[in-house]
Every structure is written in structure tokens, then in C-alpha cells.
Write a protein that binds this ligand. Structure first.
Ligand SMILES: C[S@@+](CC[C@H](N)C(=O)[O-])C[C@H]1O[C@@H](n2cnc3c(N)ncnc32)[C@H](O)[C@@H]1O
Length: 342
């Protein structure tokens, strides 16, 4: 199988973060191509077919990935444009064209776009069978401003798995928990090598551990409150993730680990439900991050969620920070994801 060009659609609520996650997942999968944004929420990259499929399956904010078969200006709708022949040859019948309007003008309508693409495909491969209800192949077309682009869908985000691990379905939950999608993005931003050990030093109910374990990492958490540690273990067990994970009852400021960690993703305690035990939050976070920098090899990453508006620990304002993303959680909480490189 040869490398080819793909197009990824990121989620509408955090396009920048989606692009950052895509970049991180490509790096983890060993894809050399850097994603190239071509419109808000759309980026292209070169990869092997199995890598493209895996990108979509691993991401929290990349909704889907399609082969890039056509890319044109909206003005060309209705004309006989060029389309990548090999991707049309590879369509499994029956198929359906499905257009998505991302942003821009009212026209052309979705139906106009779908009819036009179907006629272009019919010219390249006459008689291609269509089934609008249950197609084998969905030929996705995005309309974003002046751009029309798309091709056969190759992979989608693991919506079912992410929904299954939502807080409502967990046996143990606390208000401070992360949604699976948020936790997954943090795991991906850590760029932990596939199969390596991922550490969450403030693991709470285990949202990050669940996503890390479900991506095949050896997930290890540290949680100072024993009753929460027990709850996190119940959660991991409920989703059959106990073999890939461990939660240690302990204080991260006296780090029980000595090495063997490939990356860190964590959401330190703040707010009423997750009071800090011992020093101030700032001192605790600084102390733990400093000890992690000694534990991790050079080039490894630490992802830390920290609320906007609180005094920032020095480590989160240091030159170790290589990426930063703001996510509005609710009117009184904007969580900033800091990505540090050791
Ligand atoms: C914001 S919560 C983590 C939430 C978690 N991401 C989840 O989805 O449930 C932070 C957790 O850190 C724990 N914690 C506080 N101080 C700690 C310390 N020194 N060492 C380890 N855990 C600590 C708190 O008990 C709390 O459960």
C-alpha cells in the first residue's frame, strides 16, 4: 500500500486543539507529514491507508478522515473538474455522496453539491451503484467557505467507545472528572510512544487512565485519597481496562516512581471538590512537574490542564511549554492545556 493524501475534519468547538491533536497523533504513529490546514476545521496530511484509519480511531477531536480525491473552488461546482482516478476506482459499491457544509455562504446547497459530485464520479466510473440509505462507501464532501474538498471516508472517531466511558456510565464519579473526549486529547497531546507507560500523577476517578488504557498504553495513576483510588480502580474494572492500568494510593509530591514513564497527562486539583492536601496548589504543581522532568527522558512530554485566572505555577510559564490551548468548560471555567517538553 502506498502513501497518499488524506483530509481530516476536526470538531467545531476547538479547531486549534483538534489540529494540535492531529499533529500529535501523526507523530506518535510515525507519520512524517505535518498536517496542513486548508480551511477552518480541515487539514490534509500524507500517510499510509492503515495510518489514516488509525488517526481517526485514536483521536478525540478529529471526527473523521477521508481520502483527498477532489479539491476545488466552489465556483467550479457544476463543471467537469479533475478527480483522483485511483480513489474512485477503489470505491466499494454501493456508495453515497454526503456533503457537509462547515461554514460560508448559503449556496451551493448540500443537495447541489452532492448531485454535482455524483455526476463527476459517474463520468470517471459509469454505472457506479448508489445506495443513499446504507452505502458501503461514503464519499464525503466538505464545503468550507470558497473551498469544496473530499473523498471516500476511511475512518471515524471511536464515538461508541467514548460515549460508553462517559461519567454517567461509570460506577464511580465525582464532579471534577473529565469527559472521555477531553481526557483522550490530553493523552494524545502527551505523544507517549505506543504501548509505553503513561502517568497521571493526580488521577482522581481515572478519566485519563481509562483513555490511555483504551489506546493500549500501560496507564498508571497516583491518587492521594484512598477512597478515590478505589473508585478509579472500579471504573477501570467496569470497562475491562484493569490489565492495562494501575492506580497507586499515594502523594505525588513524594514520587513513588523512578523511571520507565513515556509521557504524562494530568489534571491537578483545583476547585472545591478537589482540595489540595499539603502545600499550595502552585507549589504542589511546580514540585510535581519538577520531579517529573527528572523522571522523563529528554524530549518526552507532560500535558497539564490548569484553570485560567489562577496564579500560574512557574513551570507552566517556563520555556518548557511548547503548546498551549484554551478550552471553555463552562461560563466560570476555562481550562488551559499546557504541553511541556522535557
Ligand atoms: C482534578 S482531580 C483529577 C480529576 C481526574 N482527571 C478525573 O477525571 O477524575 C485532582 C485529583 O488529585 C488528587 N490529589 C490532590 N493532591 C494530590 C497529591 N499530592 N498527590 C496525588 N493526588 C493528589 C485529588 O484527590 C483529586 O482526586
Amino acid at each position: 500500500m502506498r502513501e497518499r493524501e488524506y483530509i481530516a475534519l476536526t470538531s467545531g468547538d476547538h479547531p486549534e486543539l483538534g489540529l494540535g491533536e492531529l499533529r500529535a497523533v501523526l507523530a506518535v504513529l510515525g507519520v512524517e507529514s505535518d498536517p496542513r490546514p486548508i480551511a477552518e476545521r480541515l487539514a490534509t496530511f500524507r500517510a499510509l491507508p492503515e495510518q489514516a484509519k488509525e488517526v481517526a480511531a485514536r483521536c478525540g477531536l478529529v471526527k473523521e478522515v477521508a481520502v483527498l480525491s477532489l479539491k476545488a473552488d466552489v465556483d467550479l461546482i457544476g463543471t467537469d473538474i479533475d478527480i483522483d482516478q485511483s480513489s474512485v476506482e477503489a470505491i466499494t459499491e454501493p456508495y453515497a455522496v454526503r456533503a457537509l457544509r462547515l461554514h460560508g455562504h448559503e449556496r451551493p446547497s448540500r443537495v447541489e453539491v452532492e448531485r454535482w459530485v455524483a455526476s463527476v464520479l459517474d463520468r470517471v466510473r459509469p454505472g457506479l451503484k448508489v445506495d443513499l440509505e446504507s452505502p458501503e462507501t461514503v464519499f464525503r464532501v466538505y464545503v468550507a467557505g470558497e473551498l469544496v474538498a473530499g473523498g471516500p471516508l476511511t475512518g471515524e472517531r471511536d464515538r461508541v467507545g467514548l460515549a460508553r466511558r462517559a461519567p454517567v456510565n461509570r460506577p464511580f464519579k465525582l464532579p471534577s472528572t473529565l469527559q472521555p473526549r477531553e481526557a483522550r486529547v490530553m493523552v494524545n497531546l502527551s505523544r507517549t510512544p505506543i504501548g509505553a507507560r503513561l502517568l497521571d500523577p493526580f488521577s482522581g476517578t481515572g478519566a485519563i487512565l481509562m483513555e490511555a488504557a483504551s489506546l493500549g498504553y500501560d496507564a498508571i495513576g497516583i491518587e492521594v485519597r484512598t477512597w478515590i483510588t478505589r473508585g478509579a480502580l472500579r471504573n477501570l474494572k467496569a470497562f475491562n481496562l484493569r490489565e492495562e492500568s494501575e492506580v497507586v494510593a499515594g502523594d505525588s509530591s513524594s514520587m513513588p516512581l523512578r523511571g520507565g514513564v513515556g509521557g504524562v497527562a494530568t489534571d491537578p486539583p483545583y476547585g472545591r471538590s478537589t482540595r489540595v492536601i499539603g502545600p499550595s496548589l502552585v507549589d504542589l504543581v511546580d514540585f510535581v512537574i519538577s520531579s517529573l522532568t527528572e523522571l522523563l527522558e529528554r524530549g518526552r512530554r507532560i500535558v497539564v490542564a490548569y484553570p485560567m485566572g489562577l496564579k500560574l505555577p512557574a513551570t507552566l510559564a517556563s520555556s518548557m511549554v511548547v503548546e498551549r490551548y484554551s478550552c471553555r468548560v463552562h461560563p466560570s471555567l476555562v481550562r488551559v492545556l499546557h504541553v511541556l517538553e522535557v
